[in-house]
Design a protein around this ligand. Structure first.
Ligand code: HEM
Length: 247
């Protein structure tokens, strides 16, 4: 019982931090960076951080922990598999749209593509995420995939899932930092330089810290063995509830 309560407290923390990330990244780009448009202007770029943080961190992190929610353990796994895959597909669509936003913006404004460390880490992360989704879908959702293949793929899938979250967070932190250095320069656009820590820098730095906190909470949930969905034995169709309360 104590484990279940601890889980839900941690889960609520995860939801709270996730919502805070989305609010902060939207507020930053709406109130300080001029809002949103799809016209090649700076407002076009602003979709990039919002969609990447919402898709590749918050939605992705929540999709990763779907199976850990004890309320779902007594039920058929298929709807939860579909929810896991569906949330990740939505996250993938948001991420691809977020990448289109920055590539379009660069191309319209004749800025080189893929020159920065941020863009190298980011594009590799997005490629790994796409591969992970396709392999996960093929291995776990296609009904004709043999059980042997599923058990072979599962440990790698779980490990790679956590690695992609870590890489997404690294991409976000480097992107936020890069944007602040680009945008907050003295005597250019009426803002104080980054080194003077204007309110925009406080907001964006805080966003970075909360993204890291969100990632740590998700990784804590993923790594706790006690919070893993109990899988029935192969010869057993019946669900076995959590049989212990040790920590
Ligand atoms: C998982 C999250 C993210 C990924 C995978 C990612 C990926 C990328 C990629 C691939 C580019 C290169 C686009 C091009 O060369 O045309 C890029 C550019 C950029 N991103 Fe991100 N990004 C992420 C999050 C963020 C966030 C949160 C910010 C914060 C503002 C940001 C800021 C930038 C900036 C300023 C550029 C343009 C300069 C450059 O190419 O480095 N990114 N991003």
């Amino acid at each position: 019982m104590r484990n279940i309560v601890t889980f839900y407290v941690t889960y609520l923390m995860c939801l709270f931090l996730g919502i805070t990330c989305v609010v902060l990244v939207s507020h930053w780009n709406y109130s300080y960076r001029g809002g949103f448009a799809w016209d090649g202007s700076n407002k076009h770029f602003n979709w990039h951080p919002v969609l990447m943080v919402t898709g590749m961190v918050v939605l992705y992190g929540n999709a990763a922990i779907v199976y850990r929610v004890p309320l779902t353990w007594g039920q058929n796994k298929l709807p939860w598999k579909l929810l896991h895959a569906g949330l990740l597909l939505l996250s993938l669509i948001m991420s691809v749209t977020g990448l289109c936003a920055v590539f379009d913006y660069h191309n319209t404004n004749h800025i080189n593509n893929l020159y920065s460390l941020h863009s190298w880490i980011g594009i590799c992360t997005a490629a790994l995420f796409t591969a992970q989704w396709v392999i996960g879908f093929t291995a776990f959702l296609l009904p004709w995939t043999p059980m042997g293949v599923r058990s072979l793929v599962k440990p790698g899938h779980v490990w790679m899932g956590a690695i992609i979250l870590v890489l997404s967070i690294v991409s976000c932190i480097s992107g936020i930092n890069e944007k602040l250095f680009f945008a907050l320069k003295a005597n250019t656009n009426g803002t104080l330089p980054y080194s003077m820590l204007p309110p925009e820098a406080v907001l964006a730095n805080s966003l970075g810290v909360i993204i890291v906190a969100f990632g740590l909470v998700v990784l804590k949930i993923l790594s706790n063995q006690v919070w893993q969905r109990p899988e029935p034995a192969e010869d057993e169709e019946v669900y076995r509830p959590l049989a212990y309360d040790g920590s």
